[in-house]
Design a protein around this ligand. Sequence first.
Ligand SMILES: [Cu+2]
Length: 411
Amino acid sequence: GTAGAGSGTTRTVAVTLADMRIRPARIEVAAGTALRLKVTNTDAQRHDLKVEDGPATPMLAQGDTRVLDLGQVTENREAWCTLPGHKAAGMTMNIVVKDEKDDTATDSSGHDGHTPAADDAGLDLSADFSTGWQSRDADLAPAPGGTVHRVELHAAHTTVEVAPGVKQQMWTFGGIAPGPTLRGKVGDVFEVTLVNDDHGMGHGIDFHVGSLAPDQPMRTLDPGERLVYRFRAEKAGAWLYHCSTKPMLQHMGNGMYGAIVIDPPGLAKVDHEYVLVSSELYLGKPGSTAQVTKMRQNTPDAWAFNGIANQYAQQPLKMKPGERARFWVVAAGPSDGIAFHVVGTVFDTVYKEGAYLLKPNQPGGAQVLDLAPAQGGFVETTFPEAGHYPFVDHDMRHAEAGAHGMVEVSK
Ligand SMILES: [Cu+2]
């Protein structure tokens, strides 16, 4: 109903069930509207829809549609899928009765004042990203030639779509979170110029691969300051770098981290190399009490590979059958590590914190690369045949909330 909606008006709303969500999640109607819901299950698994104090569909298989006639709606109603756990996973919908006179929703269910993003209902990670959105390139280029690498990193705020349709101000190195991945060989020298372009606050940088007194290179730069941080990478590994300014929980929790890869000597040739930096995502105004409370309680809004929840589920990494891949993984935290797993594959090579735990000529295989916060390593595997191979943080709370991507293997 549009103008004049209300008593005597009939309205039909298309509702879909999929991906542990009911869409739309909220329907507003004028009091007295006769409401009909045309419910379609588009999911691979079965769902139903039950309306509070009202009708329910039977269990719907994929593609099934039923119409629910609610009659005239005069009070707010909730609706949900009745399968065990599905409501808790996010399959709920609110029907909210609007008062025609002042055009405000009268919501007696206690949901007013909450934004869905920060709510316990969680993000809708299967929603669409904005038009033109591109995933962060996960391909890791070979180390550039030469033995001295000069890099300039600017500390600056930027706004990023960190989950489908969700924009968040991030504190970054180089305008992206994670910052750019640096790469070199054992013995290479890195000369990093850090420039603080943040008008509001100080930042610094800490390269875990560097072996030096932190006092000068890791000091906090005031806005507008710059410094040159020079170190020789003496040891191989997948290393974290991060902001060194206190409170580090906030500087890292808002995006100030990145990876630096130092190749071990004799690194085998593979068809694809990827870098995946895992992290938590905390939505809300950076540094606000509400956001920092979530950081302290370790209750992130989502988890992410390369800064954006679910990005490689929507834009998969692409390979061909029989190809071999190396995944460099760094756990940026700030508080959670990772149990990195690729569904449908077995790792024949595991390198963690400076040493091979497994090499291809051994009889054993591995399923997970486990990294504590700030640790790094890589795994290798071959993708045997065409298909879709999800990669996840096998802590399922994290996988369910964004630490989840896809390798698409096709000819
Ligand atoms: Cu910082």
